[in-house]
Design a protein around this ligand. Structure first.
Ligand code: IMP
Length: 235
């Protein structure tokens, strides 16, 4: 009987406090909805996990009807991340978060850079991108490379905030490791004496460009929430 009453009380409370989400649903008082400007479910899960405990509801583009995608034609990662976040926020009338990242290799004048995803052609596999990079690095003595990441959060009125981070390493002579994605198997990280593909996801997250940018974002998230609320009420 007591259990039944307790269940009924929880049910009634949930119904009457529809703006409250917790670990078994999604609700917290005054929660803010943020859209990840991506269809990548891995990214959505990562951000959701990172912001657990904050009063936010995380969605991505799959939660909305067909939307046109933005051309990533900026000269920098910041430009691309800002463009995606602003476009999505304005279109959906909700705060939107976008990231852009890539690899810059000194001996190649900063290539592949903002073209990291398309370096070996529009539909090239990670293996093809890494093979092309290793080939272009043949006989190069300076093998320094940097991964960079920019994360932008925008509100519908066009205001945007960006967090950036980078991770320095070098391009290995041969691919090694089986974890990760993209250029992980050819990015050697000297402090751990391994390529990114030889690290677990958790190990990589502690030192990677994206992990560090997300950490900065999370550390400031209380301020970001106030900024979002202020901008959403004054637009
Ligand atoms: P995006 O920021 O998800 O668009 O990534 C752009 C491209 O940069 C990816 O397709 C990868 O090729 C490369 N890239 C970005 N971050 C990483 C990483 O952490 N490891 C390996 N490759 C990456």
């Amino acid at each position: 009987m007591f259990c039944f009453l307790l269940q009924y009380a929880v049910f009634y409370f949930t119904l009457t406090h529809a703006d409250i989400q917790c670990s078994w649903g999604v609700v917290m008082k005054n929660s803010v909805t943020i859209v990840i400007a991506s269809r990548n479910i891995g990214k959505k899960a990562e951000i959701k996990n990172l912001l657990s405990g904050f009063p936010v509801i995380i969605k991505n583009l799959d939660d909305f009807a067909e939307i046109v995608s933005v051309e990533e034609d900026g000269e920098t990662f910041i430009e691309n991340a800002c463009k995606k976040a602003k476009f999505t926020a304005r279109l959906l009338g909700l705060p939107a978060l976008a990231d852009d990242s890539g690899l810059l290799v000194d001996a190649l004048g900063g290539a592949p850079g903002v073209r990291s995803a398309r370096y070996a052609g529009e539909n090239a596999s990670d293996e093809q991108k890494c093979s092309k990079l290793i080939k272009e690095m043949e006989a190069k003595s300076n093998r320094r490379a940097v991964f960079k990441c920019a994360i932008s959060i925008a509100v519908p009125n066009g205001c945007v905030q960006t967090y950036e981070a980078e991770c320095e390493g070098r391009i290995s002579e041969n691919p090694a490791g089986c974890h990760g994605f993209g250029y992980d198997s050819v990015f050697f990280y000297p402090p751990l004496e391994k390529t990114f593909a030889q690290l677990t996801m958790e190990e990589k997250g502690l030192v990677s460009h994206r992990g560090k940018a997300l950490k900065k974002f999370r550390n400031e998230f209380d301020k970001v929430l106030s900024w979002i609320r202020q901008n959403m009420t004054t637009q």
